[in-house]
Design a protein. Structure first.
Length: 451
């Protein structure tokens, strides 16, 4: 029996295996690219360490890829077969079993049970935070980190990372000033906390302060050099800020050289690309052939059905590239899943997934009036698809633009105002441009001679 860096007993025999385990956990908190290597070393050294298998399975499920569900199931079998697991370690295995059974909220409950007994367990804290984020549980993200905060004193090796999670949870719940200050404080303890760095970037996005956001990211570029594919997401944030400022050269340069340079097929990377291209097109900018590679990857994911957030971004790519038949197949699959029983993702497919998907398909066909009605009907439930306000904003923009194109100016204006209210009244370049467009359309309508 060894003790990990956070003071928890772990059923590892060798000190070097424990060192690799500690390195894995710290890298996971930092979104480090080295996580798989550290984890592989632990499993190779002590293949009967059940917690490593359970965590591997949980990692697989966060990737939202159908082919990795079988890998996660194998990890569950290995975790269950491992002898000598502690009560804490067994709760991780139960969390994996719950998620594999289609109950991610119950997986979170098992991780929260770990934190109830071991609040200093930063691995459970971060996993709970990650799954809640995937499920759109913004209030749960905040309550979870607030509950364990007293256990993370100045000497806790994960204090900075906890503050990064707290910063993001505060931002998603609209506490922008506290979020910014907490994120800055966290980075003073953990300079490589890319999550905390990006939480502060979210604050600047939500408060329409793209200049401050760019300054923040440019002053801290070293904070995401070490990252896995999360680095693409931070570059995406930077591109959004350049877009807000009308700097298209920088947007396209970041897209080609950073965000989609590697043409990866992780759903989070695809969502970065699709949402940025759609924002550009909504603003009237030609994106060339950039949709094609995203649509190729997305068409291969039509039958995945792991996460509605992923599905809707795959659909953006198919709509953006004009692949009507493939888009129709994806919409039909979401509708079938919505009618299935049991798993939590089916309920999200039913509401808001089906309406949102149908609205996106209609938008791609130029049927803006019905597109608006379907997209608008999905708005109240979109939090449940997961992701952040910034990520889901592309669907808000599509809803607003569908309304404007259909002539529903009052309805579109109402959504613009609601969107600004979510941002503490801040108005970004998108909102300002659409309000100006609505005003111009109204003036033109008044100037038309009566028949």
């Amino acid at each position: 029996m060894q003790t990990d860096i956070y003071g928890n007993d772990i059923s590892l025999a060798a000190a070097d295996a424990a060192e690799s385990w500690n390195a894995m956990m710290q890298a996971f908190l930092a979104h480090g690219a080295s996580v798989p290597d550290h984890l592989a070393r632990v499993i190779a050294a002590e293949p009967q360490f059940g917690l490593a298998h359970a965590v591997k399975g949980l990692f697989m499920l966060t990737l939202g890829r159908r082919e990795l569900v079988a890998v996660a199931a194998e990890a569950l079998a290995a975790a269950r077969a491992a002898p000598g697991a502690t009560a804490r370690e067994r709760l991780y295995t139960e969390a994996l079993a719950e998620w594999l059974a289609g109950r991610p909220t119950q997986a979170v409950a098992r991780l929260e049970a770990v934190l109830g007994m071991h609040p200093q367990d930063a691995l459970a804290m971060k996993l709970s935070h990650a799954i809640r984020f995937i499920m759109g549980d913004r209030r749960g993200m905040l309550s979870s980190v607030e509950a364990v905060l007293p256990a993370y004193g100045a000497d806790h090796p994960a204090r900075g990372y906890l503050l990064g999670c707290r910063s993001f949870a505060l931002e998603e719940n609209g506490f922008f000033d506290d979020a910014r200050l907490t994120g800055i404080e966290g980075m003073q303890s953990a300079r490589d906390d890319a999550w905390g760095l990006h939480a502060v970037a979210h604050v600047h996005d939500m408060t329409a302060n793209s200049a401050a956001g760019l300054a923040w990211l440019e002053a801290n570029e070293g904070a995401w050099d070490h990252c896995n594919n999360f680095r693409y997401h931070v570059w995406w944030h930077k591109a959004l800020m350049h877009l807000d400022q009308g700097d298209l050269d920088s947007v396209f340069s970041l897209y080609d050289a950073k965000i989609r340079k590697d043409h990866t097929d992780d759903f989070r990377d695809i969502s970065n690309g699709t949402s940025l291209l759609m924002r550009l097109e909504l603003d009237g900018h030609d994106v060339g052939s950039r949709w094609e590679e995203l649509a190729d990857l997305s068409e291969n994911r039509i039958d995945d059905g792991c996460l509605v957030f992923a599905d809707l971004h795959y659909l953006l790519a198919l709509v953006g590239d004009g692949r009507k038949e493939a888009a129709a197949r994806l919409v039909a699959r979401i509708s079938r899943d919505a009618d299935s029983d049991g798993v939590e993702v089916a309920r999200i497919c039913a509401d808001p997934g089906r309406a949102a998907a149908e609205g996106l398909e209609l938008f791609g066909e130029g049927a803006y009036a019905p597109a608006f009605h379907r997209l608008a009907s999905a708005r109240a439930g979109m939090q449940r698809i997961g992701g952040s306000h910034a990520q889901r904003d592309v669907f808000e923009r599509l809803t607003i633009d569908a309304g404007i194109r259909a002539g529903y100016l009052n309805d579109a204006e109402k959504i613009i105002l609601e969107r600004s209210a979510m941002r503490a009244g801040a108005e970004d370049a998108y909102a300002a441009s659409r309000r100006e467009l609505i005003g111009r359309m109204r003036r033109q309508a008044l100037a038309m001679p009566a028949e």
